[in-house]
Design a protein. Structure first.
Length: 115
């Protein structure tokens, strides 16, 4: 599948998520608020709401790829722009969590303590 490069980050289809996670050292970041995260999220995602990006972005390790998603994909684009210039690849999932829910085989983790 062909990837789209925009402003220093890559937009990926949800189907590419596992390939990237298995081939790179990557953090999966759910940008939604805690309530939406608790209702369901992609397995092993860390909840880092967009509203607090200026705080948590300082804690991101260098040379670790970051995969961002939100509900529909718009907020992840904003976050990716704010994270430009850091060491390590930045990816956004096109369509966000809603695209993930539409997949046939999904790993939904509704246990907030299983992160």
């Amino acid at each position: 599948m062909e990837r789209t490069f925009v402003y220093g980050f890559e937009m990926i289809a949800v189907e590419e998520l596992e390939e990237i996670r298995s081939s790179e050292r990557a953090w999966l970041i759910d940008l939604r608020d805690e309530d939406n995260y608790r209702k369901g999220h992609i397995k092993n995602a860390r909840n880092c709401p967009l509203a607090y990006i200026d705080i948590w972005r300082r804690e991101l390790p260098d040379r670790v790829s970051i995969i961002l998603y939100c509900e529909h994909g718009n907020q992840s684009l904003l976050a990716a722009r704010k994270l430009r210039g850091r060491k390590g690849a930045i990816y956004t999932i096109t369509g966000g969590y809603q695209a993930f829910l539409k997949m046939d085989e999904k790993e939904i983790d509704t246990d907030v303590f299983n992160r």
